[in-house]
Design a protein around this ligand. Structure first.
Ligand SMILES: *Cc1c(COP(=O)(O)O)cnc(C)c1O
Length: 242
């Protein structure tokens, strides 16, 4: 059986190799997606040096955060956001990567406590229109960025996307290309924009080839998730199954 330590070191090796192969000099941060993983599993990854963790469901995340208060974890919210959850999200996370409309950004902005640093924001972009309802359309992104950049207590950092699963490497790269171009435009407009969060367990090498600065891996780190419920179901009973 592969241990968590072995998975993590294998992934770091793969990241380094991909950067060399595709002549990418940018730093590639690893966000460990810990949805459906126990606080104990997170702690083991943390002890192995992993500090950035992504969670999709608020109640599940809050419970684990309270068990892991002693760990200096940078928590990223990466799931769909309902407006009645924005207050707690703004209080308990350093980053929110799944902002796809102005209303949510406004609510996060007004709920971000003064005593915390600005909340880091990535705009989630829809790259495969038919597949998913989440994410802003590509033609809305620059306008949305302009408006979000004006809001207090938020720091616009870049773009996030969840493309449709594809097995072909070149097709994976093709899906990332429009995002990489949008990211270049944003970077030229906003000095704090530095994050292109693309790439999951099955396509992170293609994402690095296209210039990802952050990849979000769950399965590749922790193994297959046991939970197979839909996000909506999980949201409802996340407080009970842990
Ligand atoms: C679950 C999830 C991931 C990780 O997916 P894996 O295929 O397990 O690596 C990444 N990003 C988001 C937004 C997710 O919901």
């Amino acid at each position: 059986m592969t241990t968590l330590l072995q998975s993590l070191s294998h992934i770091h090796q793969q990241i380094d190799e991909a950067k060399r192969r595709y002549h990418r000099i940018q730093e590639v941060k690893l966000c460990a997606v810990s949805k459906a993983q126990s606080a104990h599993a997170i702690q083991r990854a943390y002890q192995a040096g992993q500090t950035i963790f992504g969670e999709n469901y608020l109640q599940e995340a809050l419970k684990k955060q309270s068990e892991l208060q002693d760990c200096k974890i940078e928590w990223h919210f990466i799931g769909p956001i309902q407006s009645n959850k924005t207050q707690q999200i703004a209080q308990h996370f350093s980053w929110v990567q799944s902002v796809d409309r102005l209303k949510i950004a406004q609510r996060l902005s007004s709920a971000r406590p003064e005593y915390l640093p600005d909340l880091n924001i990535c705009l989630q972009v829809n790259v495969s229109q038919e597949q998913s309802k989440s994410g802003a359309n590509q033609d809305e992104v620059l306008d949305l960025a302009l408006q979000i950049n004006r809001l207090p207590r938020l720091k616009l950092r870049g773009l996030m996307a969840i493309p449709a699963p594809m097995t072909d490497f070149e097709k994976q790269r093709d899906q990332f290309k429009p995002l990489a171009s949008l990211f270049e435009v944003l970077k030229s407009q906003y000095k704090e924009v530095d994050t292109l969060s693309i790439g999951m367990s099955d396509d992170y090498l293609a994402a690095i080839a296209e210039g990802a600065t952050m990849i979000r891996l769950g399965t590749a780190i922790f193994g297959k998730r046991l939970m197979t419920k839909s996000p909506q179901q999980t949201e409802q009973d996340a407080s009970t199954w842990l």
